[in-house]
Design a protein around this ligand. Structure first.
Ligand SMILES: Cc1ncc(COP(=O)(O)O)c(C=O)c1O
Length: 359
C-alpha cells in the first residue's frame, strides 16, 4: 500500500487534463516575441486577481525575489515582515544576499503583523540614520503560522498604512487561493489590499511547476527585467504554463476539500491525544502538531509514523506540520488517524519517557 504523503501539497501530481494540455500547448520563445500559452496564463492570473498584468516564474521563491527586486530596485532600504515569513525562514536569505535589502521583524500573531508595531517601525525608519522602508510584506495563507488566513480587514489596514507613507506592499500568496476559498471571497477582493502577489500553481493547485506574480503593468514590466537578470526567462515555457492554466480553471474550488480533510485529520488526532493539536487552530490545509506534552520528540514520532505507512517529517524538536492535498481523500485521512492511534500506543509503551524540551 502506498505511503500517505502528508509532507506538503507540493507533492501533488499533474492531472491527466494537465498532461494533455501540456502535450498540445501552442508555444513560442518567451524571451523574444513571447509564448502564446504563457501569455494566456499571465492574462488569466491577472484577471482572476483583478490586477493589470502577470508574470510567470518558475517557483514561489523566485516569485518573492523578483517581486522584491521590482519594488525596491536594489536601493538601500528595509523590508518590514514577520519572523515566520517564508521569505525569512526558507529562501536562503535572498532578501539580503540577492535583493540587497535590510529587514525588520514586526511582531505578529497567527501570521498577522501587529498594526501598532508596524506603524512604529515605519515611523522609526523616517528618522535620521535609519534606512527608509521600501516594502512591506504579508503572507496569506501563512505557512509558518500553520496555514492561517489574514483577515481582509487586516490586509486592508496594512495596505492603508503603507499607502499613507507611499510604501509598496507585496503579498506572498503561495497559497493565496486557499485563503480566498476559506474566506469565501473572490481572489480579487483580497488582492485589492496589496500591490503585488506571487502565488504558486504547483502546491494545492497541482500543476507540476510554476508561480505567477501579478501587479500593475509598469510593475510587471520591471519584474520581467529582474526575472531575466536572475536567469528566469524561459523559452517554450508554454509547455509548463499549459498545466498552470488548467490549475487556475479547475483546481481552485476543490481546495475546500483539502481544508475539510485537514480539519477531520486534526479532530481524529485530537481524539487520539488531545495534547497534540487543537482542531480549532486549523484554518486551511495545514495541521500543526506539538508533541511536547507527549514526552516524545518529533523525530521519534516521525520515525514511528513513517514505519506505519505515513510520510511525515519533523519540523523542529517537538513540532510537525501535516499538509493535506488532492491525493489525501477521506480514506487516507482515516488511515492516517489510525496510524496516529497505533503509534501513540506504541510510544506510550516504550520506557522511559523523557522530558522533551519545547521550542
Ligand atoms: C508561503 C510560501 N512562500 C513561498 C514558497 C516557495 O515556493 P517554491 O517552493 O515554489 O519556491 C512556499 C513553499 O512552500 C511557501 O509556503
Amino acid at each position: 500500500m502506498d505511503r500517505i504523503d502528508l509532507r506538503s501539497d507540493t507533492v501533488t501530481l499533474p492531472t491527466q487534463a494537465m498532461r494533455e494540455a501540456m502535450a498540445k500547448a501552442e508555444v513560442g520563445d518567451d524571451g523574444r516575441e513571447g509564448d502564446p500559452t504563457v501569455r494566456r496564463l499571465e492574462e488569466k492570473a491577472a484577471a482572476i486577481t483583478g490586477k493589470e498584468a502577470g508574470l510567470f516564474v518558475v517557483s514561489g521563491t523566485m516569485g518573492n525575489s523578483v517581486a522584491m527586486f521590482a519594488h525596491t530596485n536594489r536601493a538601500a532600504g528595509t523590508v518590514l515582515l514577520d519572523e515566520k515569513s517564508h521569505i525569512l525562514r526558507s529562501e536562503m536569505g535572498a532578501i539580503a544576499t540577492l535583493a540587497g535589502l535590510f529587514f525588520k521583524i514586526v511582531p505578529a500573531k497567527r501570521g498577522a503583523m501587529d498594526l501598532d508595531r508596524l506603524a512604529e517601525a515605519i515611523q522609526s525608519s523616517l528618522s535620521e540614520g535609519e534606512l527608509p522602508t521600501l516594502m512591506i510584506e504579508m503572507e496569506t495563507t501563512h505557512n509558518g503560522a500553520g496555514g492561517t488566513v489574514l483577515a481582509p480587514e487586516h490586509m486592508q489596514a496594512v495596505f492603508a498604512l503603507a499607502k499613507k507613507h507611499g510604501i509598496p506592499v507585496h503579498t506572498d500568496g503561495a497559497r493565496f487561493f486557499n485563503a480566498a476559498v476559506k474566506l469565501g471571497v473572490r481572489p480579487s477582493e483580497l488582492a485589492r489590499h496589496t500591490d503585488s502577489i506571487s502565488f504558486c500553481l504547483s502546491k494545492g493547485l497541482s500543476a507540476p511547476v510554476g508561480s505567477v506574480i501579478v501587479g500593475s503593468k509598469a510593475y510587471i514590466q520591471r519584474a520581467r527585467a529582474w526575472r531575466r537578470m536572475l536567469g528566469g526567462t524561459l523559452r517554450q515555457a508554454g509547455i509548463i504554463a499549459a498545466a498552470g492554466i488548467i490549475a487556475l480553471e479547475t483546481m481552485i474550488d476543490r481546495l475546500a476539500e483539502d481544508h475539510e480533510s485537514a480539519r477531520r485529520l486534526a479532530e481524529g488526532i485530537h481524539d487520539v491525544d488531545p495534547s497534540l493539536v487543537d482542531p480549532r487552530s486549523v484554518e486551511t490545509n495545514i495541521v500543526m502538531l506539538d508533541f511536547q506534552k507527549s514526552g516524545r520528540g518529533a523525530r521519534e514520532w516521525a520515525e514511528a509514523l513513517n514505519a506505519n505507512g505515513l510520510w511525515v517529517r519533523p519540523g523542529g524538536a517537538t513540532r510537525m506540520r501535516l499538509v493535506t492535498h488532492r491525493h489525501i481523500g477521506k480514506a487516507e485521512v482515516e488511515r492516517a488517524i489510525a496510524a496516529f492511534a497505533k503509534v501513540s500506543k506504541e510510544l506510550r509503551a516504550r520506557t522511559p519517557v523523557r522530558a522533551v524540551a519545547g521550542e
